[in-house]
Design a binder for this molecule. Sequence first.
Ligand code: PMV
Length: 274
Amino acid sequence: MAQARAKIILAGEHAVVYGHPAIAQPIDLEVRIHAIKSLEPGLVFLNPKMDPQHKSDSLFAQVQPKLVSLFGDRVEKLVFEIDSDIPGGCGLGSSAALSVGLIRAALEHFGESGSPEEIALMALELEKIFHGNPSGVDHTVIAHEDLIWFQNGQVEKINAYRPLKFSIMMASPHAGTRAVVEAVRQRRLQDEVAVNKIFSGISEIVFSMRSQIEQGNLREMGLLMNRNQRLLKQLGVSTPELDQLCEQAIQNGALGAKLTGAGGGGCVIALFAE
Ligand code: PMV
């Protein structure tokens, strides 16, 4: 049985699509996938928690041919049983976990293995089906299973000085990462200067966040998360519900809080002291 964990983005979402860095880490929710020999190939979902955006048959129909192009005709004799704990449309990387999990399940079935880099490269081909033009941060952090710095396809492990304790709060699901990323693209077409300024601000936050993580300055990290949230709000990807969850978290003692992933709904992460 192969597995792939969900992820959170600590800082840098959206700007990362335009070549800026982001920081992400895996969390303890997973998808489990079992590849079984079969006469009819296919994907079988054992529970209904998958992302509504993935439920589109036309997207799923593209997965099998893509797997054939990656693994050859031998995958035509496989059915993938998928059991996911990762809620969809919540910015936790459900499609990226599905992509990495399918690659791992196929490799496992054929008695083969791959490095995180090789798995990420193959998973990107599946992730493109769901996301169109992903930055790659989601499937990369899931393939590496570590706290990472990601920029333009390059990945570096970050050594945190102390454990980072996040609470994750869920708002209503969003309309799909693809739709939110497209809305940002449209906004940038209308006002490139303003949107680029937001991206530069986010980028600065990501650089500072890395130093604070490495030095263990949780209070500074919290303040950076709050700043990142304000910029995501300016970008138009937060919602009143997400803003309210951030405020509640701060009132309840969080050092900082922000939406994670695409926004437009989904989840808020809040950092607490040890
Ligand atoms: O909502 P998620 O988990 O798919 O995160 C998307 C992160 C974005 O930066 C908004 C998109 C991307 O491709 O990096």
